[in-house]
Design a protein around this ligand. Structure first.
Ligand code: FAD
Length: 407
């Protein structure tokens, strides 16, 4: 009799596990159970509807550094299925990917539907059965078999189960998985922007700076990268990455913290003082407010000068020492108070999930329950923005499939 694999969750990880298991073991019966009335819904909306499939990074050690949680876990799994493998996997199915300047990879069509169409075609090709609007409520284990209980009352038997149910925002939503004997790292939001309520800098909304360094006070957290000033506070890759690395620490601080922004990360106060001495000579008769020699957006330069009590009419030659020092300080280490966060809806992920020491990264097998597997965001793995979360979904789905097919 053929064996039965039930995959719980019709997202990227679930589809990838189901397709590859059915492909590698043609005698395997495979069923995907999806609670909603949509398949691959996150694939559809991701990357602004373009699907940021992966990241053009071809070094495993380098790639794994982009995962605030699960670095060592993904590093092991990437040895079995990596970025180059997902690129070829899609290419073999006539889906070509392209790389953007920042390393993000998208289908050349710039449409996530291309990825969805390919995955659906594969599911049909290998006869994977899909049950939709069917939520799994409980899994019972009986010797080497499983009993899967659905909300509708239907009960299905399985030899293998792969849980690919994604991240849940609340700890209680993991209860059905805790009943299997697994432990959960408490879910917390990752990838959010900083709120600066009533802060004067917000009047610069829309201004972006190519490279700044943001440091969180009383913490080791700091990030360099582009920053965007919004009407509610600060966003952009530097802040989003900081929020991912600090997901747990910032939750404990209740998202109330002080940060320092270095607008010129190539300088420190001393080097800037030397530069200011030069500028005072070169630009002696020019107004400080008009002569920004650092390539910063002019609205930001004017704002920082104003915050340093520099008068509009002051020329470089008349710049008093006190105000100059204030200006240098503000350019090197501008202090802001963050109060609250705003979730970055474009690429929201949850940190937390199934504890990684309970799952074997080389097989995706549960260390607690025989023939139980995990894939995707249900695990306590999350990446920074840029295609890293999907790569983990493809990799873990593939590794689970390979193990199941060879069992
Ligand atoms: C708006 C948005 C944009 C994103 N953009 C990107 C991006 O560009 N690049 C990137 O790398 N990452 C991105 N991400 C993150 C990425 O989408 C996820 O990390 C990835 O989709 C996780 O895949 P998954 O299969 O593990 O989980 P999911 O895609 O969440 O799929 C899990 C599925 O399981 C179903 N399910 C849950 N519980 C049950 C149950 N009990 N019974 C049956 N079914 C169940 C859910 O309905 C869901 O369909 C984005 C996320 C969002 C929300």
């Amino acid at each position: 009799m053929s064996k039965h694999l039930i995959v719980i969750g019709g997202g990227a990880a679930g589809f990838f596990c189901a397709i590859n298991a059915a492909r590698m073991d043609r005698s395997l019966k495979v069923t995907i159970i999806e609670k909603s009335n949509k398949l691959l819904s996150k694939v559809k909306v991701s990357g602004g509807g373009r699907c940021n499939v992966t990241h053009a990074c071809f070094d495993i050690a380098e790639m794994s550094k982009r995962y605030p949680r699960g670095q060592h876990f993904v590093k092991k799994a990437f040895h079995q299925f990596f970025t180059k493998d997902i690129i070829s996997w899609f290419e073999e199915r006539h889906v070509k990917l392209k790389t953007e300047e920042d390393g993000r990879m998208f289908p050349v069509t710039d449409s996530s539907q291309t990825i969805i169409d390919c995955l659906i075609k594969e599911v049909n090709k290998f006869g994977v059965k899909i049950l939709m609007n069917e939520e799994v409520k409980k899994i019972n284990t009986q010797l080497s078999m499983f009993n899967v209980q659905c909300k509708s009352g239907e009960i299905l038997d399985a030899d293998f189960i792969c849980i690919a149910s994604g991240g849940y925002p609340k700890s209680s939503m993991f209860d059905w998985l805790k009943e299997l004997g697994h432990t959960i790292e408490e879910p917390v939001p990752s990838l959010f922007t900083f709120n600066l309520p009533n802060h004067p800098i917000t009047k610069l909304m829309g201004v972006s700076v190519g490279k700044v360094k943001v440091k969180i006070q009383n913490s080791k957290l700091e990030e360099e990268g582009p920053l965007l000033i919004t009407h509610w506070g600060l966003s952009g890759p530097a802040v989003l990455r900081l929020s991912a690395w600090g997901a747990r620490e910032l939750k404990i601080k209740n998202y109330e913290l002080k940060i320092n922004i270095s607008w010129l990360p190539g300088h420190n106060e001393e080097s800037l003082r030397t530069k200011f001495r030069e500028l005072r000579n070169i630009n002696a008769s020019q107004k400080v407010i008009n002569k920004n020699s650092f390539g910063l957006p002019s609205r930001l330069w004017e704002f920082l000068a104003e915050q340093s009590d520099i008068k509009n009419e002051w020329r470089w030659a008349d710049l008093p020492a006190t105000e100059q020092n204030k200006f240098i300080k503000n350019l090197c280490s501008y202090e802001c108070e963050v109060k609250g966060k705003t979730t970055f809806k474009e690429e929201f992920v949850t940190a937390g999930g199934i504890k990684l020491n309970e799952v074997d990264a080389n097989t995706m097998k549960s260390k607690k329950v025989l023939n139980l597997f995990f894939a995707g965001e249900v695990l306590d793995v999350d990446g920074i923005t840029g295609g890293f979360n999907f790569q983990h979904a493809w990799t873990s789905g593939f590794v689970a499939a390979k193990t199941i097919a060879s069992s």
